[in-house]
Design a protein around this ligand. Structure first.
Ligand code: ADP
Ligand code: MG
Length: 228
């Protein structure tokens, strides 16, 4: 009970912090990145100075964290349009395909029903899928041929299943998945899954993980069906 209360307060505090500071950080960052690019043009015509790339990568990383913060703090607005789930899944896969190809991972997709609608903003559903697919990709260890599978099915709810044959998760990791800033990665933010769950629950859905160490992980997202 007490822990629940503390968690609720934590969430509220993070939301407030996010709303108040994320934008303020994002704007100057954009300008810093622009000026770094100018400096690069001026002082690195050969393009052989690695420091510029490092600065840009690090700025992009901050921008990414701040972006996730913004999502974490976002209230229930703009959810009043039904979104076509399979279409968004296909669009997202198209957009990520190149990245999977580069890492020589196989992507398998199947759709039981063509037209399914849910009340979740398209951008949010996209972000959910990107976060889960990105985690799946990052779970594949070097040297293993990765297989990532995504399925959309229909029962009493729309069910999106994303599984990977990656490193899997221990019991203790499974218990901390949705805590803001929990990460087992050196360059992780630990914000992907809390943001993901937040968006799913705001849309009236649920998320669940099943995992076996060194065998793989499956995330199951359930979303309410809505009329088109
Ligand atoms: P991040 O990816 O930045 O670490 P997330 O919130 O997306 O943050 O994930 C939190 C943690 O959950 C990860 O660090 C990882 O330990 C674990 N995790 C999430 N998805 C998977 C997966 N598909 N396979 C193995 N571990 C996962
Ligand atoms: Mg992640």
């Amino acid at each position: 009970r007490l822990i629940e209360e503390i968690n609720a307060q934590k969430k509220e505090l993070i939301g407030m912090l996010a709303a108040n500071t994320a934008h303020e950080i994002k704007n100057p960052l954009t300008s810093v990145r622009g000026f770094v690019e100018l400096l690069e043009l001026k002082y690195d015509r050969q393009g052989d100075n690695p420091h510029f790339a490092i600065i840009k990568t690090e700025i992009d990383r901050i921008t990414d964290i701040v972006g996730q913060f913004l999502l974490l703090g976002r209230p229930t607005e703009e959810n009043n349009e039904p979104t076509e789930v399979v279409k968004v899944v296909k669009d997202t896969l198209n957009f990520m395909k190149y990245d999977f190809d580069v890492h020589q991972m196989r992507l398998i997709s199947s759709y039981q029903e063509p037209e399914l609608y849910t009340m979740m903003a398209t951008d949010q559903l996209k972000q959910v899928l990107i976060n889960l697919l990105q985690n799946a990709k990052e779970a594949i260890p070097e040297g293993r041929s990765g297989v990532i599978e995504i399925k959309v099915q229909l029962q009493d709810m729309i069910i999106i299943t994303i599984s990977d044959n990656g490193i899997g998760m221990s019991e203790s990791t499974l218990n901390q998945l949705y805590e803001p800033f929990f990460t087992t990665k050196i360059t992780g933010t630990g914000l992907g899954l809390p943001v993901t769950r937040n968006m799913i629950e705001l849309a009236g859905g649920t998320i669940e993980a099943q995992s076996t160490v060194d065998v793989g992980t499956t995330f199951i997202v359930r979303l309410p069906i809505s009329q088109s």
